[in-house]
Design a protein around this ligand. Structure first.
Ligand SMILES: [Zn+2]
Ligand SMILES: [Zn+2]
Length: 216
């Protein structure tokens, strides 16, 4: 008999000028939750947290580009639960530069340093489910993706998109490294694994394995 699958509720939000996907993920039984990559205009996420009376344990960042971290300050200030902020240490320099917001003409307040560093193989528990951290450099030096086995889902930031892959022309980018990350850390999952990217529509491992022009 298969072990029982815990319920995981995933709510996507498309936010800000670069149409970032921010994700609110929760365990309905315990109301513990996590926010991945809070972007600009975080108000709708806060409303959802409030309406469902969720307790946010973690704010997790796939990487430190400004569009993925723009909502961190506002979110942390608005929540009474003191969620802890997790980032990979190799994106700390980028984080301290506010994700290069100024270079792209965006204003971002200085961010507090992360509360802890995410490392490959780490496992975080949130209510009845857990999140596995997979290190996937190439788009940025400290990029990670978040796998939630109970949801058969991977939150993949700017590593892979429906029909495309992350850019590697930014500081610290490396295309060979990115392709190795995709092949070794994402395409190894079963075909029906959901891929929830940092931009654009949801896809699956199988669809990308068969159709993504950068991977065939
Ligand atoms: Zn990025
Ligand atoms: Zn992005």
């Amino acid at each position: 008999m298969n072990p029982p699958i815990n319920t995981v509720e995933i709510i996507p939000f498309t936010l800000g000028p670069i149409e970032n996907n921010s994700y609110l993920i929760s365990d309905p039984a315990s109301r513990d939750s996590v926010v991945i990559d809070p972007s600009f205009n975080i108000q709708s996420v806060l409303e959802q947290i409030h309406d469902q009376k969720l307790r946010v344990k973690y704010i997790l960042l796939t990487h430190a580009h400004f569009d993925h971290i723009a909502g961190v300050n506002e979110l942390q200030k608005a929540l009474p639960d003191n969620p802890v902020i997790g980032l990979h240490s190799l994106d700390l320099a980028l984080w301290r530069e506010r994700g290069k917001a100024l270079v792209y003409g965006f204003q971002l307040d200085l961010l507090p340093d992360p509360d802890f560093f995410l490392d490959d193989g780490d496992r975080l528990s949130v209510g009845g489910f857990h999140i596995d951290i997979l290190y996937t450099p190439g788009h940025s030096p400290g990029h990670v993706v978040f796998s939630i086995p109970d949801a058969q889902a991977i939150f993949c930031g700017d590593v892979i998109f429906a029909g495309s892959i992350g850019r590697t022309d930014l500081t610290g980018g490396d295309q060979a490294q990115l392709l190795a990350s995709i092949h070794k850390r994402i395409l190894c999952f079963p075909d029906d694994t959901r891929l929830l990217p940092g931009h654009g529509p949801e896809t699956t491992v199988g669809l990308e394995r068969r159709n993504n022009p950068y991977l065939i």
